[in-house]
Design a protein around this ligand. Structure first.
Ligand SMILES: Nc1ncnc2c1ncn2[C@@H]1O[C@H](COP(=O)(O)OP(=O)(O)O)[C@@H](O)[C@H]1O
Ligand SMILES: [Mg+2]
Length: 246
């Protein structure tokens, strides 16, 4: 199977005054092309930090990260991915359409193609009737959906989403889940972090579990759950085992 994303032995410490906090302690994993992979772990376990290294926002102290076979510092691989951050920082004074226009221009998508693509995306994320409104007036769910549309503007092969359903009500979560399922059907590779274990269980082919900056489990969802009642049960047990080990 073709590997689309890979991190090897990532080490990264943050300095807090005189103290150092090891956020990543030898993180290694691979994501195969076309897979939907959930990245799960408690708060502060290193999920966002790993994604930031993958996106080239921060450099690790050691270790390597590659996207689509290229080092993450390469701009050419970044043009083929879509990213939704944990806290989407939209230009709130813009309308939804203006924001997508701006993103599409950054990717140098031609004017004719832009209109068609943005109309389609707005329809897919159910924001066509709000496209002319300022983002400042959007609900949390709408913000996440315009963020997801922004991540899709360049028709990326790989999507990296950091807790796309965090803080959403059940309907908001369902809408995002449906969108992820659609993208999966289109053959995109999706790597996303989430706290919603039931959602991960429904949508993902594989999971990667992180705790204290170390990968503690990874594999196909059904295989990991085994005879346990569900992913949540499995997750809590794996964390307990890790606590006893640490
Ligand atoms: N910019 C930063 N400066 C200092 N510490 C940070 C920074 N970013 C993250 N951390 C610390 O690194 C650890 C991992 O954080 P993070 O990757 O955001 O976790 P997660 O996304 O799993 O909740 C936490 O202890 C967090 O406080
Ligand atoms: Mg995070």
């Amino acid at each position: 199977m073709e590997t689309i994303l890979e991190v090897t032995e990532l080490q990264l410490s943050f300095k807090h005054g005189k103290n150092e906090h090891k956020a990543l302690d030898g993180v290694s994993f691979k994501v195969g092309k076309g897979k939907t992979v959930g990245f799960i772990g408690p708060n502060g376990s290193g999920k966002t930090t790993t994604l930031h290294v993958l996106l080239g926002f921060i450099a690790p102290d050691s270790g390597t990260a590659t996207l689509l076979g290229e080092d993450t510092s390469s701009a050419s691989s970044r043009s083929r991915i879509g990213y939704l951050s944990e806290h989407p920082e939209c230009y709130k004074y813009m309308t939804g359409r203006e924001y997508l226009e701006l993103t599409a221009k950054l990717f140098r998508i031609s004017k004719a193609e832009r209109k068609e693509r943005i109309d389609k995306l707005l329809d897919e994320v159910e924001l066509s009737s709000h496209a002319h409104k300022r983002i400042a007036t959007y609900s949390r769910g709408m913000l996440q959906r315009i963020g997801l549309a922004q991540a899709l503007v360049n028709d990326p092969e790989l999507l990296i989403l950091d807790e796309p359903t965090n803080g959403l009500d059940p309907l908001g979560r369902l809408k995002i889940r449906k969108l992820i399922e659609q993208l999966k059907k289109q053959g995109k590779t999706i790597f996303f972090s989430s706290h919603e274990l039931s959602e991960i269980e429904t949508v993902c082919d594989e999971i990667i579990m992180i705790a204290n900056g170390r990968i503690i489990q990874q594999g196909p969802v059904a295989e990991l759950i085994g005879d346990k009642p569900n992913l949540e049960h499995y997750f809590l047990e794996a964390l307990q085992t890790e606590k006893e080990r640490a």
